[in-house]
Design a protein around this ligand. Structure first.
Ligand code: UD1
Length: 422
């Protein structure tokens, strides 16, 4: 298994290109199941999660053609062979559950294993199930699989979500495009990835209004057609690299970055003493003094502070002047990076959904363990600031969500390399 070795202390200067959003692509790819005609996605990130979704779709009979080294994907569902998403693939990634809505909508049946994914909480599927049942689906759990059918097809309905779940909103949105009549999703998630999915579905011929707000209205149509769609910029990769120069000095421009994708995050950076400037090409970031200031952070659904940037923010606050309180409201058990940061000299107390971070003057390199996707990158960021060498073990999580992390950081001056364990 690979490890990443970071030697701290070099200041970072230059540009980092930001890829297309993993979480958008993972919802856009299953949208192919809604149409017989091809869906072409551009700006697709090259990540292991994308390969997992490709394998899942291929197991259903979808033809996936990768062009330009994987940056462009042409998906065609004209000759489907199965409506069963097998445990062996689904267990690798929770987003596999996004085939449920489209399969039910076009094929009126689906058998989907309950997902696995990051070990950051229980992550059940009750919201997805309740919503699809309101649209006429019959869903039973047997042998770890959801057996779903909709004889005669799904029907439009009023679908209030008990929580603004990203995945449930995406599943219902896709399902509703081919349902009979009108579906109104209430308390819908408002993430940019939802807006991106709605835009792509509209390009395929769907009738959707209200994406990006809490109420999305979908008028079902008989069929969807072909489309070409560019994947939106990855706001989590963007936020991650925006933090890099805060750890070790310098000025970095994140190419493709837009303020509207990271508004709540930038407000916190400003309060912490970090300058963010919008340029023609993206966002430029520089720390104002020599040390960030402590700030309190609460994770919330979009437009609030994203849970997927909490670990990286915690790593930064470890070096801040003062004490910060981080509250994690989206996932229980999402502070597994805290004990690893403590191994590097951080002073963090975790209690339930709260972490109190007392800033220290410096961190020290140490061998640490990546426990989940965002935790792994937070340890790399901490390593950029730490004295000496930080070895981040178990980086397979990292490859799920960050393409070419070593190349992107070394191009702006970081000392970082990947080593293969014997
Ligand atoms: C998506 C993102 C993930 C991000 C998360 C929250 C993808 C592929 N992943 O995950 O990176 O961290 O949004 O922004 O887009 N819940 C239930 N029942 C359900 C569904 C969810 O209780 O049926 C709970 C979850 O356990 C969690 C919370 O709702 O506590 C948020 O989950 P959700 O918004 O659904 O996240 P995902 O779509 O899985």
């Amino acid at each position: 298994m690979d490890s990443i070795i970071v030697t701290g202390g070099s200041s970072l200067n230059g540009q980092i290109p930001i890829a297309g959003a993993k979480n958008a692509a993972l919802a856009l790819m299953p949208a192919t199941l809604l149409s017989e005609e091809p869906l072409t996605l551009t700006n697709v990130p090259r990540l292991s999660d994308i390969k997992t979704m490709t394998a899942l779709l291929e197991s259903l009979g979808v033809e996936v053609t990768s062009l330009q080294g994987g940056k462009v994907q042409v998906l065609s569902s004209h000759a489907m062979t199965s409506t069963r998403a097998d445990y062996e693939i689904v267990r690798k990634m929770r987003a596999s559950n996004l085939v449920l809505g489209p399969l039910l909508a076009r094929h009126h049946e689906a058998i989907v294993s309950l997902p696995g994914g990051c070990a950051i909480g229980a992550r059940p599927m009750d919201i997805h199930i309740d919503a699809l049942e309101l649209m006429g689906a019959q869903i039973e759990l047997r042998d770890g699989y959801l057996h779903a059918k909709a004889p005669g097809g799904l029907k439009g309905a009023r679908v209030p979500l008990r929580f603004a779940s990203v995945g449930a909103t995406e599943n219902v949105l896709m399902a509703a495009t081919l349902a009979k009549g009108t579906t109104v999703i209430e308390n819908a998630a408002r993430e940019p990835e939802i807006v991106d999915l709605a835009r792509c579905l509209r390009a395929m011929g769907a009738q959707i209004a209200g994406e990006g707000t809490s109420t999305i209205e979908v008028q079902g149509v008989d069929r969807l057609g072909a489309a070409t769609h560019p994947v939106v910029t990855d706001r989590i990769e963007l936020g991650t690299y925006m933090l890099a120069p805060v750890f070790c000095g310098g000025e970095v421009e994140c190419l493709g970055g837009k303020l509207e994708l990271v508004t709540a995050f930038v407000e916190k950076l400003d309060a912490a003493g970090v300058d963010v400037t919008e340029t023609d090409a993206g966002l430029k970031v520089k720390l104002r003094g020599d040390r960030p200031r402590a700030v309190d952070v609460v994770t919330e659904p979009f437009p609030g502070f994203p849970t997927d940037l909490q670990a990286q923010m915690m790593a930064m606050l470890c070096l801040a002047d003062g004490t910060s309180v981080l509250e994690e409201r989206i996932f229980e058990n999402r502070f597994m990076h805290a004990p690893e940061l403590v191994r590097m000299g951080a002073n963090i107390e975790v209690q339930g959904g709260y972490a109190k971070v007392h800033g220290v003057d410096r961190l020290k390199g140490a061998p640490v363990m990546a426990t989940d996707l965002r935790a792994s990158v937070s340890l790399i960021l901490a390593g950029l600031a730490a004295e000496g060498e930080t070895r981040v073990n178990r980086v397979y999580h990292l490859d799920r969500g960050y393409e070419n992390v070593e190349q992107k950081l070394s191009a702006v001056g970081a000392k970082i390399e990947r080593v293969r364990d014997a």
